[in-house]
Design a protein around this ligand. Structure first.
Ligand SMILES: [Zn+2]
Length: 283
């Protein structure tokens, strides 16, 4: 991806090296819960929502000084800026106003409005904070554990999480959350898959936009597709437990993740991304 010298988003909070603050006595359970949810979501690309108020009361952590100057954070700031430009225009076209989410860089653990999260959670979007959280060490894991390398694979992760922020602003997260509370586990998982595939589709829309402004380089799209392919639920389950349990899928198969990213990328048409009204078997 061609990114050097381009606009960087100012919506980055650098909390690296600050730690997540003190864990309150009795807060251990909450920590465990939030970590388990992250693992359960699989692939490290989950977002956390719905636990508001049930976790550790947060000790206020002041935001870090802005202006991280390392290459990786600069790259992410450019990706976020592209996403801001893209979604601002998309929302405008829909007669709405986009509120760009902030992105928090952290190491090891971080306080969110829903409690303490650790790096084990993977990158996530918090609807409580309206922020994306990422420990950049996830990219090492993406490369070594999932075999997905390249800057566009890294950009895809950000674009996917921005996709959750978009879903939040469109009211989709709230709707799905409400539905999930009323259905059985398997149906709730299916709703999660629909949500995640739509976030992949939204990431594809972003890639379409990046292509249209000429910043996509040869091999970039393949990097994103390879990343989507490497973090499918079937692939991860096969890798980690040696078998695949479709009822427990929360993000979709490798093939589905590739398919929806690609659909967004090739069409650039948000109307193609309704993952909720078609039969589950046709996703
Ligand atoms: Zn996700």
């Amino acid at each position: 991806m061609q990114w050097k010298g381009r606009r960087q988003s100012g919506n980055i909070e650098d909390r690296r090296g600050m730690g997540g603050g003190r864990i309150a006595i009795g807060g251990g359970i909450g920590t465990v819960i939030i970590v388990l949810i992250g693992l359960f979501l699989g692939g490290g690309l989950g977002y956390i929502f719905g636990e508001s108020g049930s976790l550790i009361p947060t000790a206020t952590t002041s935001a870090g000084a802005a202006g991280a100057n390392d290459e990786m954070s600069q790259f992410i700031a450019v990706v976020l800026a592209d996403a801001e430009d893209f979604w601002t225009q998309q929302f405008k076209d829909m007669g709405r106003t986009y509120s760009p989410p902030r992105l928090v860089l952290f190491t090891d653990s971080v306080q969110t409005g829903s409690g303490l999260a650790t790096s084990a959670t993977g990158p996530f979007y918090s609807p409580t904070d309206k922020k994306i959280f990422i420990d950049l060490s996830f990219y090492d894991e993406l490369r070594t554990r999932f075999g997905a390398s390249g800057d566009f694979a890294q950009a895809y992760v950000i674009a996917h999480e921005v996709g959750h922020a978009v879903q939040d602003q469109l009211g989709i997260l709230d709707q799905v959350d409400a539905e999930q509370r009323q259905v059985d586990k398997q149906t709730a998982n299916e709703l999660s898959v629909r949500l995640e595939l739509q976030a992949d589709f939204f990431a594809g829309l972003w890639a379409h936009y990046a292509s249209s402004i000429g910043v996509v380089q040869p091999g970039d799209i393949e990097e994103a597709l390879n990343a989507a392919n490497s973090i499918g639920d079937d692939r991860i389950q096969q890798q980690s437990q040696g078998r695949v349990v479709p009822d427990s899928f929360t993000h979709g198969t490798s093939a589905q993740r590739v398919k929806w990213f690609q659909l967004g990328y090739t069409t650039g048409d948000i109307d193609q991304g309704d993952t909720f009204s078609m039969p589950y078997s046709q996703l």
